[in-house]
Design a protein around this ligand. Structure first.
Ligand code: IPD
Length: 238
C-alpha cells in the first residue's frame, strides 16, 4: 500500500517546485496559519503563496482530559488535507481530485438522505457567552426535534468531519470553529463525496467560522432551515 503521508509530501514539493518555476526562479515562500501563531498575534490572511494551515491538536479539551479523540490537521491551500487521529492511529488524507482515504483505504460518505435516519454531529464550542450558548442550544433542540436519529460529538471538529467522510455520521455543523480546525477536513469531506455549506446556505467560507459538512445537499439544506445562525468575528478580520 502506498504511504499516504509520503505521497502527500511529494505533492507538496511538486507544488513548491512548480510555483518556483513560474515565478522566475524566485525562491518559493511557504506561509503558515496556525492556532498558536494566530494566538501569538500573527496574521490569518490567505495570500497567493502556498500556505500550510495547521492545528497541532484539534480536540484540546479531549487531550487535556485524556478523553478519546485528538487530531492533528494540516492543509495546503486546500490542495490536500491530512488529519491524524493519534489515539486511533488513523491517517485521513485527501488530494484535490484524487479522493479521500483513511490509512490508504478509500472513503465514501453515507448514502442516507432521510434526515430522520441521520446521525448529526456537532460541538458546543468554546464560547461561554450566555447569548451564544442559548443559540447553540436552540439549534440543538431544533435538530433533535427534526427529528434526527441521533446527535453525537467527537470533541474535535476535524474528527467530526472525518466521520462524515467515513460514512459514520451523515452531517456535522458548528458555528465558532476556526479555519485551522476545518480546512484539511473540508477537502477530505468533499473528496469522499460530501458537501460543504454555510449554515445559512450557499458556499462555505472557511474564514467565517461557520460550517455544515454533510453527505448530501439534501441533508445540508435541512440543517440550514434548522440552525439558528449567528456570525462570530471572522478569522481573517483585520
Ligand atoms: C476545537 C475543537 C472543538 C470545537 C471548537 C474547536 P481546538 O479546536 O475542534 O471540537 O468545538 O470549535 O475550536 O481548540 O481543540 O483546536
Amino acid at each position: 500500500m502506498a504511504d499516504p503521508w509520503e505521497s502527500t509530501m511529494d505533492h507538496a514539493v511538486a507544488i513548491a517546485r512548480k510555483a518556483g518555476e513560474t515565478s522566475s526562479h524566485v525562491p518559493v515562500c511557504f506561509r503558515f496559519i496556525g492556532e498558536e501563531s494566530v494566538a501569538a498575534g500573527e496574521s490569518c490572511i490567505l495570500s497567493d503563496s502556498p500556505t500550510w494551515i495547521i492545528d497541532p491538536i484539534d480536540g484540546t479539551t479531549n487531550f487535556v482530559h485524556t478523553h478519546l479523540t485528538v487530531t492533528s490537521t494540516l492543509d495546503l491551500q486546500v490542495e490536500f488535507g491530512v488529519v491524524y487521529s493519534c489515539i486511533e492511529d488513523k491517517m485521513f488524507t485527501a488530494r484535490r481530485g484524487r479522493g479521500a482515504f483513511c490509512n490508504g483505504e478509500p472513503l465514501q460518505v453515507s448514502q442516507q438522505k432521510a434526515v430522520e435516519q441521520a446521525i448529526v454531529a456537532t460541538e458546543f464550542g468554546s464560547d461561554r457567552d450566555p447569548e451564544v450558548v442559548d443559540k447553540i442550544f436552540q439549534s440543538l433542540r431544533n435538530v433533535l426535534c427534526l427529528p434526527v436519529h441521533g446527535v453525537r460529538g467527537a470533541g474535535s471538529a476535524a474528527m467530526n468531519m472525518c466521520l462524515v467522510a467515513s460514512g459514520c455520521v451523515e452531517a456535522y455543523y458548528e458555528i465558532g470553529v476556526h479555519v485551522w480546525d476545518v480546512a484539511a477536513a473540508s477537502l477530505i469531506v468533499s473528496e469522499a463525496g460530501g458537501v460543504l455549506m454555510d449554515v445559512e446556505g450557499g458556499e462555505v467560507d472557511l474564514m467565517s467560522r461557520r460550517i455544515i459538512a454533510a453527505n448530501s445537499k439534501t441533508v445540508a439544506e435541512r440543517l440550514v432551515k434548522t440552525i439558528v445562525a449567528f456570525s462570530p468575528p471572522r478569522d481573517d478580520a483585520a
